[in-house]
Ligand binder design. Structure first.
Ligand SMILES: NC(=O)c1ccc[n+]([C@@H]2O[C@H](COP(=O)([O-])OP(=O)(O)OC[C@H]3O[C@@H](n4cnc5c(N)ncnc54)[C@H](OP(=O)(O)O)[C@@H]3O)[C@@H](O)[C@H]2O)c1
Length: 358
């Protein structure tokens, strides 16, 4: 059965793949765009990713504006949708708290208000750190009573992007509960390229990491042999997002999209280095030491690494029971992570090698 969908962040990396996936399944999509003149390029991209560009329609708007700045015609389009997929975010390191909040927190609340006012399910994309309760506590988030969290302290510890993703998550749940509206949340690990083509966009953290390795900027492996950077392929992620968004049993629930077969960071870097035909770093450097080094002016730029990105490298393992149940229900599974990594490295090396980092 095909439905109509409203998508924010459709021009982004995950968004493009989601549009391709939704339109392949015959769903008509309305895409919120700040620059609607780019719709032709987005349709071409959706077509290249195997989707149906004729099913992609644009609605002009900006999530940081009241009511997303929609015209009456735009509101009409939203009202015909069965699901609001909220993917839009200001996704970069070094954001000020004000900027990150305006888009990622107020923007998410604006989208939530719109979905709730139209009685449409909200599918929100969070992040896997929200399922790491030890980490949340260590950075100052009160998971039991989020309203008691002192957010400026959290932003000071984790930076603008992650701080705003954490704050948005709790703010949206609180709002949706207050008004009795339906939501579902998917928490992705760091997103890897497509398992078949390796397609990934410039600006993605993993693409930046691959370029750094290719350019010999990785001198040591951050953390110990137990540290890993959990990954998920973009194809698995959009399959999961689509399944749960339309599943009545997933109302007001959250699920992780994370491949627990992701190797440890050292193994991951070795495999990438092999594909790139460069030397892999062998020495380990404790995260705390690296964090300290990155406080030296000029070093983050020279090493092309941001202290904010280090939070995503950790030793925590996750309970994947719920995700596995969904995989069984809908009969999908993670593609082989080693092959997905290899394809992603080849794609970055072939297409994005000389472009700037995140
Ligand atoms: N990629 C990952 O590794 C990862 C991991 C965990 C969670 N996530 C989450 O997954 C979601 C999608 O990530 P992504 O990697 O696809 O991000 P992305 O490639 O950076 O795309 C961001 C999207 O948000 C849109 N956007 C930004 N500000 C906006 C505004 N004010 N109004 C309307 N649209 C706006 C951008 O539109 P323009 O084209 O106009 O710039 C773009 O379409 C985000 O919520 C992110 O936090 C991503």
């Amino acid at each position: 059965m095909s439905v109509e969908c409203f998508v924010t962040g459709g021009s982004g990396f995950v968004g493009q793949h989601l549009l391709a996936h939704l339109t392949t399944a015959g769903h008509k999509t309305w895409v919120l765009m700040r620059s609607p003149e780019n719709i032709g390029r987005l349709r071409d991209q959706v077509s290249q990713l195997g989707g149906d560009p004729a099913l992609v329609h644009v609605v002009e708007g900006d999530i940081s504006r009241d009511g997303l700045g929609l015209s009456d015609a735009g509101k009409q389009c939203v009202s015909s949708a069965s699901v609001v997929f909220h993917l839009a975010a200001q996704f970069s390191w070094g954001l000020t708290m004000e900027r990150a909040r305006a888009v990622n927190v107020q923007g998410a609340l604006n989208v939530a208000r719109l979905a709730a006012s139209q009685r449409i399910r909200l599918l929100m994309v969070g992040g896997f750190m929200l399922q790491n309760l030890g980490h949340l506590a260590s950075v100052g988030v009160d998971n039991e009573h989020p309203e008691n969290t002192h957010w400026p302290t959290v932003y000071g510890r984790v930076g603008g992007y992650e701080g705003s993703k954490l704050e948005a998550h709790f703010a949206v749940i609180r709002y949706m509960r207050e008004v009795g509206a339906d939501y579902t949340i998917v928490h992705p690990a760091t997103v890897c390229g497509h398992s078949q083509s390796g397609h990934i966009l410039q600006g993605q953290p993993l693409a930046g990491l691959i370029r750094n390795l290719a350019q010999g900027r990785f001198k040591a492996v951050p953390g110990s042999a137990r540290h890993w950077l959990p990954l998920v392929s973009v194809d698995y992620l959009v399959t999961m997002i689509t399944c749960v968004a339309l599943d009545p049993t997933m109302v007001n629930r959250q699920v992780l999209a994370l491949d627990e077969d992701t190797p440890n960071l050292q193994g991951m870097l070795e495999q990438m280095a092999k594909t790139l035909q460069v030397k892999a770093p062998r020495l380990h450097v404790p995260i705390a030491v690296l964090r300290w080094l990155l406080m030296i002016p000029g070093l983050p730029a020279r090493l092309a690494i941001s202290a904010e990105s280090l939070d995503f490298i950790q030793t925590q393992r996750f309970d994947m029971a719920e995700s596995k149940q969904l995989e069984r229900n809908y009969q999908f599974s993670h593609p082989d992570i080693w092959q997905t990594l290899e394809m992603t490295v080849r794609y970055v090396n072939g297409h994005l090698r000389n472009q700037g980092n995140h």
